[in-house]
Design a binder for this molecule. Structure first.
Ligand SMILES: [Ca+2]
Ligand SMILES: [Ca+2]
Length: 489
């Protein structure tokens, strides 16, 4: 299998070298308004999730300063009966957001305030042979006048799975049912927890465990949020993949993956090629990720590269994306940390050449990476970010970030985190500079059971926005402020 990946990479290298791709046609992509949760440390020893955590604990993407003094508190509701351990998990989270001039629409987007509430309640049963978990999630929009409601999906089944751990002493875990899935840096497969809709998947998943490696194999379908009925799986699509992690040295792990997505064109969601004809989509995404640390964990680094091949209606798919970040934490009071990150994902440079060069980030997360305002995801983009963080108190993490954004190709559309087209591709190309973003965020976590998170961001539109704005309309900066309070069992 490793040879297969290597071969795929070699096949893809020419297109990496000549990154001068062509042509627009944003992919109707599978992402709902995504988002994320905080983060944890970056360098993972081969993550051999022993038991699936009850509450979603996403793997790291953006890294905070050294995690606040790890508050090791037991779950409040945990009971033992014979060999079984029962844990009740729960979280309720309220968030208020204020947005101004957000959408770059001709009228400027106006001002909006809204109030979201997300509650989840679960029961985990653990036995020596495995575990079972069931969890409900309730997403509400408490804004009076909002119609339709945002991120609204009253109590529904979020997770329901059974896991066998090393049956018959084989080095494999088997997990079947509705479950969250976060792979690697979560740039391609994730269950982001920022939005009220937390993505889950109906999957069969096997994890083969070695001493310094593991391989995940999974197949199934993503779950679709339906505010009026039981959340179904997306029956026009299959998702599968292999994800291998090797702990190469004590401080460096290497990951290799191959993800497959097959989507059938339907009347409700037609997949249209560059020739205007509809057809099915087969998108294959091989990738490599390197993550590690040095200098006694003061220096962190991460690199990821992914290619996409396949077919989309009558078009060939040929796209690629890269991620690189380096961070250094100073061993001084407040543990200040400086991080530089670069992201790129190809766009299409010719809407009529029969090749789709738009990289599509599958079910990746977009709120943590690429700035908080969520005007970008890993698709037709170039981004450079500088992230400063510090740890002024054992319970406080503070961040200040600056990001520069451009489209990879101005012939292709600008697509935001949720897959919405902010600007269509332009036949003659033009300015690629989309804007700059400044973010500030403070998280206070006095206990495992209580957290307050407050943030503000400003996005300053660039030349691309000026050039594509309706005549006579000036577009000012977009502002965003939020306050979030969470209580966890
Ligand atoms: Ca094209
Ligand atoms: Ca529902």
């Amino acid at each position: 299998m490793k040879g297969f990946w290597v071969l795929l990479f070699l096949l893809g290298l020419p297109s990496l070298a000549s990154a001068d791709d062509l042509a627009p046609t944003p992919q109707p992509s599978p992402e709902p308004p995504a988002a994320v949760a905080p983060a944890a440390p970056l360098v993972l020893p081969v993550v051999i999730e022993p038991a699936a955590p009850a509450i979603a604990t996403p793997e790291p993407v953006v890294q905070p300063a050294r995690p606040a003094k790890p508050v090791k508190e037991k779950p409040l509701l945990q009971y033992k009966t014979g060999p079984a351990t029962w844990t009740v998990s729960g979280e309720t989270r309220a968030r208020s957001e204020y947005r101004k001039d957000f959408a770059f629409q001709p009228d400027g987007g106006g001002q909006h305030a809204f109030y979201l509430l997300c509650t989840r309640l679960g029961l985990l049963a653990e036995l020596p042979v495995g575990a079972a978990f069931v969890e409900g999630l309730d997403g509400r929009d408490l804004t009076d006048e909002a119609s339709p409601k945002r991120q609204y999906n009253p109590l529904d089944l979020h997770q329901a799975w059974v896991e066998l751990r090393k049956p018959a002493k084989m080095p494999v875990n088997l997990k079947v049912g509705r479950q969250e899935l976060n792979l690697g840096a979560r740039l391609l497969i994730s269950s982001p927890v920022w939005a009220n809709y937390v993505r889950s998947y109906d999957l069969v998943r096997a994890t083969v465990l070695g001493s310094r490696w593991k391989v995940d194999a999974f197949g199934g379908r993503v779950v679709v949020s339906d505010p009026d009925a039981f959340d179904p799986w997306k029956d026009s699509e299959e998702l599968w993949g292999l994800y291998g992690t090797l702990q190469a040295t004590e401080n460096i792990s290497v990951e290799a993956y191959f993800l497959g997505l097959q989507t059938r064109t339907t009347a409700a969601a037609p997949i249209k090629g560059e020739d205007g004809k509809t057809g099915d989509l087969s998108r294959y995404t091989p990738g490599l990720r390197l993550v590690g640390s040095a200098l006694d964990h003061a220096l962190d680094f991460e690199a990821e590269v992914a290619l996409q091949r396949g077919s989309r209606a009558n078009d060939d798919v040929s796209s690629h994306a890269q991620h690189l970040s380096v961070a250094y934490r100073f061993a001084t009071p407040m543990a200040p940390r400086v991080k530089v990150e670069l992201n790129r994902a190809s766009g299409d440079s010719d809407p009529k050449d029969g090749t789709s060069q738009t990289f599509v980030p599958l079910y990746g997360t977009s709120h943590d990476p690429y700035g908080m305002v969520d005007f970008f995801r890993w698709q037709n983009m170039e981004q450079a970010g500088l992230i400063l963080s510090a740890h002024p108190h054992a319970t406080i993490d503070a961040f200040v970030e600056g990001h520069l954004f451009a489209l990879a190709d101005a012939h292709d559309s600008w697509v935001d985190t949720g897959g919405n087209k902010l600007r269509a591709g332009r036949v003659n190309g033009g300015a690629r500079t989309a804007g700059q973003e400044l973010d500030a965020r403070v998280a206070w976590t006095p206990s495992r059971h209580f957290k307050v998170d407050v943030g503000a961001a400003r996005f300053l539109p660039g030349q691309l926005v000026d050039d594509t704005q309706a005549a006579g309309k000036d577009v000012g900066p977009a502002d965003w402020v939020y306050l979030q309070v969470s209580g966890v069992l």
